[in-house]
Ligand binder design. Structure first.
Ligand SMILES: Cc1cc2nc3c(=O)[nH]c(=O)nc-3n(C[C@H](O)[C@H](O)[C@H](O)COP(=O)(O)OP(=O)(O)OC[C@H]3O[C@@H](n4cnc5c(N)ncnc54)[C@H](O)[C@@H]3O)c2cc1C
Length: 573
């Protein structure tokens, strides 16, 4: 095959992704070493893509003297069913208060205030204290807008609408940089960098009903997987209980925020029953997401759903004025499709929301590969088996900041390496293949839709060996069929081509999720097996590790360590 022309770009640091983690990383490294040359690679608009901007409810941080780091830590471990990497969870809890202050006092975020002038902190499900800082019910727009303003001051080189493809190494196996594709022009480049930070925000879009930004297709996790890194907790995929159901509209899956349940919203089945009384009579709708989402799903599959296949979320009993005042963003969202949250119950369904699993990192976002850092939703371990609402944006900003601090040290200790030209050519040849294929090709969308159904049915809210094995074999077949995926048209702005590239990443990540879910023969947090419905602390205080070996996914399990807090006796079988 003739060699493909590739542009080369040299820099000190390449940050992949421009959500909360990517931009906090940039601001922190620039603060410590303004001389570092930085390239930000972003598949979507810088600062306006990804999910941090979509954050509605808010940000957990201990600010009230009556609250404590121990309480927040404990809530995080209980929600995570003690599968959490405790060092990561503690780093999150410990740094969140100072990062909130940084966001407010240094970057100018305006959060809501209570009458006495303190930051207002609202109730979120699964928490023992009201600690969720927010800007009404659209907190992410405030955070990302201010972070974006700050990046203009730092002025990195921004590669917008550019997708990262593969990590590349030098002849000695040392990290040398990454390959990228400019979506607008169809041109390829290799970025040679001392440090690469991956912050592409996970991959929870591979389900029939899903909430995250559509450009999040597991690219960063798949890149790490192909480079031989280990992932953990990939079976742990969080479903948010209250995704909208609006037929074929792209609003289907979009979330009605958790604060509604915190504020007293009821969930009703199609018979008008407040069904959480059956599943968690103590906490009812304020139970953790895993429990509420699964309960809704069980009502729906038991035939007690609404005519459109959901359940109802009702907060109208608070009164129109109160609901409009506190949840204006959510009310506006329902009015977009002719319904009114302030006045009537709204059809909702569990929606795939957040990936707890990801690349194994340490407290400083270092990975097993020197020079490679991972931050935000691409990393695994912080949340264990289930993430608390409000801990996601805290994770992206806390670990983004940590990644920025670490980058400065790592960049000082590393030199730029020369990427192995063969690896670069192979990466680009793989990416080009769907565009070059002609004849009887398979459209990527066909397989993509199939994958969403396979994951929803086989690796969704309720799992079994049989369903997971079917999903595994379906994904293997789909992976083979990607060899026949092709798209027509030119390289510039070719949506089908981009989807073909998304598809391979999603399938590779999906395969690790299904295989990990098969390994965990118990139920814990977001992972519920109806053939192993009990939580088994005697055997399963272990995390599942997945990696690629050729085309095969290999798994093993490792004991969770408890350096800071032992699981309570009562939880052990
Ligand atoms: C609807 C919704 C509401 C939420 N509400 C809350 C909430 O109230 N509280 C809370 O704590 N959490 C919430 N979350 C979760 C929270 O949004 C995430 O935990 C967090 O924002 C993830 O941040 P991140 O920086 O890791 O990734 P993101 O902010 O998602 O950013 C990912 C970035 O990677 C880029 N990217 C992707 N692939 C590539 C590629 N191949 N090459 C280059 N760039 C790439 C994207 O363009 C984007 O810039 C919510 C999530 C959703 C979907």
């Amino acid at each position: 095959m003739p060699e493909i022309q590739v542009d080369t770009l040299e820099t000190d640091v390449a940050i992949v992704g421009s959500g909360g983690a990517g931009l906090m990383c940039l601001l922190h490294l620039a603060r410590h070493d303004p001389q570092l040359d930085v390239v930000v690679v972003s598949k979507g608009a810088v600062g306006r893509s990804g999910c941090t901007r979509m954050v509605q409810g808010g940000y957990n941080a201990v600010l009230d003297p009556l609250d404590s780091l121990d309480l927040h830590f404990n809530d995080t471990l209980i929600a995570g069913a003690y599968l959490n990497d405790q060092e990561l969870a503690w780093a999150l809890v410990e740094d969140a208060p100072s990062v909130i202050r940084e966001l407010e006092q240094e970057y100018g975020c305006l959060f809501d205030r209570a009458s006495g002038g303190r930051l207002h902190q609202k109730a979120f499900a699964g928490q023992s204290f009201d600690r969720t800082v927010h800007r009404a019910d659209l907190t992410g727009i405030e955070i990302m807008s201010r972070l974006r303003d700050q990046t203009l001051r730092v002025a990195p080189r921004e590669l917008e609408d550019v997708r990262a493809l593969d990590l590349v190494f030098d002849a000695d196996g040392e990290l040398a940089g990454l390959t990228v594709l400019d979506i607008a022009s169809g041109r390829f480049a290799v970025i040679v960098a001392k440090v690469v930070v991956i912050a592409t925000g996970g991959s929870a879009t591979m389900y029939r009903i899903a909430a995250p930004a559509r450009e999040k297709t597991g690219d960063g996790i798949a890149m790490c997987l192909r480079a031989g890194l280990e992932l953990r907790d990939m079976e742990m995929l969080q479903f948010h209980p209250t995704g909208l159901l609006v037929g074929d509209s792209t609003l289907t899956g979009a979330v009605l925020e958790e604060g509604l349940r915190g504020a007293g919203a009821h969930l009703l089945n199609g018979l008008g029953e407040r069904f959480m009384e059956r599943y968690d009579p103590l906490r009812l709708e304020r139970s953790t997401r895993d429990v509420v989402a699964r309960s809704s799903y069980l009502e729906i599959v038991a035939g007690r759903g609404t005519p459109v296949g959901g359940v109802l979320l009702d907060i109208s009993h608070l009164g129109v004025d109160e609901v409009e005042r506190r949840f204006g963003g959510m009310v506006a969202r329902t009015r977009l499709f002719g319904r009114d949250l302030a006045r009537e119950p709204i059809d909702v369904s569990p929606t795939a929301h957040f990936q707890m699993g990801g690349v194994i990192i340490d407290r400083d976002c270092r990975t097993s590969v020197d020079g490679l850092l991972v931050a935000g939703e691409d990393a695994g371990g912080t949340h264990g088996a289930n993430r608390l609402g409000g801990n996601g944006v805290a994770e992206s900003t806390v670990f983004g900041a940590r990644a920025g601090d670490t980058t400065v040290e790592v960049a000082a200790a590393r030199r730029r390496r020369t990427p192995d030209p063969q690896q670069v050519q192979e990466s680009i040849a793989r990416a080009l293949a769907p565009l070059r294929r002609s004849g009887a090709v398979v459209a990527p969308d066909t397989i993509y839709r199939e994958l969403k159904d396979v994951m929803w049915n086989g690796c969704g809210l309720v799992r079994s060996r049989e369903g997971l094995e079917e999903a595994e074999s379906a994904i293997d077949t789909m992976l083979e069929r990607t060899q026949s995926v092709g798209t027509s048209g030119e390289a510039e702005w070719n949506v089908g081509w981009q989807q073909a590239l998304d598809l391979v990443n999603q399938l590779q990540v999906a395969r690790t999720m299904v295989t990990s879910a098969l390994v965990r023969e118990e139920s814990r947090g977001a992972h519920f097996r109806d053939d192993f419905p009990e939580r088994r602390d005697d055997e399963w205080l272990r995390y599942v590790v997945a990696r690629l070996d050729g085309d095969e996914v290999r798994t093993d399990t490792r004991a969770v360590s408890f350096p800071r807090s032992q699981p309570p006796e009562a939880l052990a079988v």
